[in-house]
Design a protein around this ligand. Sequence first.
Ligand SMILES: [Zn+2]
Length: 651
Amino acid sequence: MKYYLTTPIYYVNAAPHIGHTYTTLAADTIKRLKRMQGYEPVLTTGTDEHGQKVERSAQAMGKSPAEFATVISNEFRSLWDRIGIQYDHFIRTTEARHHETVKWLFNRCLERGYIYKGSYTGQYCVPDETFHNDLKPGDPCPVCGRPTEIVTEENYFFKLSAFTDKLLKFYDENPDFILPEARRNEVLAFVRGGLTDLSVSRTTIQWGIPIEGKHVVYVWFDALTNYLSVAKDKDESLWPADLHLVGKEIARFHAVFWPAFLMAADLPLPKRVFAHGWLLFENDKMSKSRGNIVRTDPIREVMGIEALRYFLFREVVFGQDGTFSYDALVTRYNSELANGLGNLASRTLTMIKQYRDGVIPSASTELSVDHPLAAAARDAIDTASRAFDTFEFSKGLEAIWAMLSEVDRFIVEQAPWKLAKQPEAAQQLSDALYASAETLRIAVALLYPVMPESTANIWSQLGMTSDLATLELAKLAWGQLATGQPIGVIAPVFPRIEANSAIDRMRALEEVETARQAKLFGKEVPAKSEEPASEGTLLPPSPKIDIDDFVKVDIRVGKVLTAERVKGADKLLHLTVDIGEPEPRTIVAGIALSYQPEQMVGRKVAIVANLHPRKLRGIESNGMIVAASLEGAKPVLAGFLEDVPVGARLK
Ligand SMILES: [Zn+2]
């Protein structure tokens, strides 16, 4: 049976951040879960690319709107690829297949009398070419501050007012159409308040889907139709969608406008809209103006994407608002993944290797039903399966971790390391090892949708050869682990992470990523960490020298190729620097308190090239990087305002 689920299409007027990732990871998790439940899931995502903001951003970049939209659309798509999202189709609203569907739906609604031509009157900013809906006559433009004018524009309207009762009846007959309950209540209240007709075209915007004369389709009629475009293009039987996954801020559009458009066109309605809550940053709403938006790549690079997946679905009750912080991420990772699941896996597998030659031992028959771990596993399978089915991920994960702590207690109680020394306890030892490994197998199977990569890894360390992705969850039960199965190669899955340095690195990478993303929109963001190099003591000038003395010092322009911290030395960075020679130089520099390794890569620096090599912390440093500082203050690197070739000599 098919299961068609969608993420919203993301608007290309912003680069991807953790909020987009949250929705998309949820969709990916649900898709993987549905496959394990026996469905053939199809997941679509994509980008929303029309509108005036995109037109303007493109203009500011000296690009066409199509070129600009492509750049940002690729940002989304490549991020989803980097973090392993299993989307089947990626749709862009600028594609011909989408234009066709929007025009088709528009005409269908028009023919059936639900779209009509009318006029829209509002406060218009002429230089900005924008209507500002909330203004009264005489109000200035909220964007540029200039006076606005009353302008009347011809628009097409969708007869949303005709659907108030039909929608209320539909919600009543389909109580699960919009979830969770709190969102459903908001939507009901909004619709009960009465619906007014909706303008669905503009003549003041060019960048959109043209329909007639100067009209282009406006925002929601264009964007929402993407879900239908994919089905019409790929496989008509996909429609209706089984699940539209959205953030709560767009729940209303999906639960009110979209079903109304479809009713008007006499098309089947999607089965469910699930609206998740907002991800706050340390309890604040993330926003551009607060400067507290978190991006995904820094977390991926430092912690791995599985850590983020686990954190988001364990920490936040799916459907409600939740808080992200680097600190909580690292804490949960260390206590629940490194010390929890990861430790259990390596302990269990290592004991099987040590005491049973790496083969799953055969267990006594009574292990099948009455064993305390068998009962714990049954509970976990029941609770987690039911919770995941209703998208209560945190509850499901909690149940799985309850089972894991049972195993931990069991291992301590049984003390296999003692049993191994008692020949008469051989069967008890086999039983203990089997029970631990079997619980681990069940945990990993249940956890696959949330952490696909690391669970598949543990799965094969257990010696399992079947594809975990297609395991049938309904058939998962205690006692299926085959005795005599050789385990795989044991390797740590969740190495412990040092909190402070991990957080520092994520924050540093976040600044680099923020600046990179800002550039995509033609903006420069100064790095936040740049502190004035004040403080310290001014030293008296050194004694005079001759020019001959100075030319003895060979200073070259170099480009940093790689940079990393020197273990155990918090002031040192280990660099490789190209100064135009056949081989790059290895240089150890005492600048780690002022510069993150990531900031150094690609940077042009001045290098003293003819110093005798010297060893620092066992690394031979072949040159010195030139930096300035007052005595006792942080060093600031010498650099060049204009571009200068690598190898050029400073004179
Ligand atoms: Zn204006």
